[in-house]
Write a protein that binds this ligand. Sequence first.
Ligand code: ADP
Ligand code: MG
Length: 620
Amino acid sequence: MAKHQFQTEIGQLLKLMTHSLYSNKEIFIRELVSNASDALDKFNYLSLTDEKFKEENWSGKITIKLDKDDRSMSIMDNGIGMNEADLMDNLGTIAKSGTKSFVESLTGDAKKDSNLIGQFGVGFYSVFMVAEQVDVISKKAGEEQAYMFSTDGTGEYELKSVTKESHGTVIYIKLKEDEKEFLDKWRTQEVVKKYSNHIAYPIILNYEELESEGEGDEKKEKKVQKSEQINEATALWTLPKSELKKEDYVEFYKTISHDSDEPLVYLHNKVEGANEFTTLFYIPRTAPMDLYRADYQPGVKLYVKRVFITDDDKELLPPYLRFVKGIIDSEDLPLNVSRELLQENRILANIKQNSTKKILQAIKKLEGEDAQIFTEQYNRVIKEGIYTDHTNKELLLDLVKYKSSNEEGLVSFEEYISRGDSEKKEIYYIIGEDEKVLRNSPLLEAYKKANIEVLIMDDQEVDSIVTPMIGTYKEWTLKDITTIDAPDSKTEEEKEEVAKEFKPLTDKIKEVLGDEVKEVKTTSRLTSSPSCVLKDPSDPMAGMAAMFAQMGQEMPETPLILEINPDHEMIKKLDKLEDKSLFEALSWILLDSAKLSEGLEPKDKGAFAQRVASLATKAL
Ligand code: ADP
Ligand code: MG
């Protein structure tokens, strides 16, 4: 017998489990049954593909035994089992990042919801919400020796060799004194039905019942063992749609997703023909915790003729659909399809294509609050899709939404073009880090004045990469307003005249600012601001911002164009100003404050502050 220390993070997790989590304790049954079902899936696969494991009459099953006298529950399976190393690796240490993020999600103000545990891949430990002692007795298929892993959940566990007849696992749970409710047959049955009704294997409940014997004075009570199957044990997706109700789909979703909420969308499809397969997909109402982690757990499981193949293939759907949960069951793939083969398999590529379309179409059908929830949770991954999935670009462009200068909330391209200028067919946008800065940008003034809607794209990291490559939406061209002429009512001749009139002034300002700006010129795009800065559209670097951002590099400085508003009081006065040093100070202020309005920094912040202070003093 050997004592072992739990990994530090598990120690923290166990503490949380035993002391902080009180809601939804019943989910420990869901988690252990789900683990048993996974173990059965794994053995089922071996028994069908590997001569060594072909057993006569093997059929997977899960048994839950309630023992009132002993105050214990045991959850048993005849699945793949674990050897000594597996027990240590799977239950004593965790290589997955799940533990850490789960512990983090529960500290601080986060609501203490045990329900999430399964989503982090650490579901086993939920048993410590109800257990004062847990023994895991397991024998791995194909091996001789069985082992027992025991712990009271306080930082240490013991491992020893034991005997066990057949492969599989027994989780023996000594319940805490005040968790006796789970010894009640009805209570446990209810929990199993709620979360695990459509696990593909039978779940048998073993329990004791008192039965009376004899008559009158002779009457005696006797304990009898009863045994009953308490779930449907059919893989839900194999049933015809017509036999299934919304509740059935929702319940199955909860089983596979470890989510207690209803899904936002479910779609069940059976495709027949040259390539036969069934898919059942769900979109969670709340984006999975690991949506933006590189080591995210894929949500779709692959089956071949009802036999589980893998839950770890990130290629079953395009990566941007990684929030989708569900099942793909193919009739045509060989059972022993290898991982390498999966990657380039034509049948799978076809399933992937078909599934992607179906999912996107289902999303497009969302309305009202559901559509809003989808956007809140997944807008960003849809942008990722626009960038990576050219086949479905049109569909994805129908789904993505942006903030707008016109209204609060988010608008789609479709909404935008429905109220845009249908002769010009242009969609205007501005990209930046900060919504407020963008909304107050002097560059928007002319659009506001002309009553033209501009999309406010404030997810700069993503938008600056994705938007420039959209190009067009239904023949409407996307235009970055920082690189184009503003809409106005002045003719070219009028503009030229103004430029000529102010040429001495713009030349003088350029002289002061030197290489800090590429050009200084008059503009008609401003109304209330004296100046603005723009990227030079002819500069080859301007279009490469996206590429630099993608490589994680800072964009090299590109020279800016300073535009001044000839109708503004300050510019008019500046034109007549004699004081040379004041002229210089004001020229710099024109540039620096225009930069600030675009969320850029003045080159010399100290000098900027000094100039403002000295001007303020003068004004007083
Ligand atoms: P997850 O199921 O998300 O991997 P868990 O904490 O629920 O996380 O389980 C940890 C691991 O322990 C499982 O991945 C599996 O390898 C192993 N395990 C748990 N229960 C069993 C079981 N009944 N039979 C075989 N292996 C099991
Ligand atoms: Mg689990």
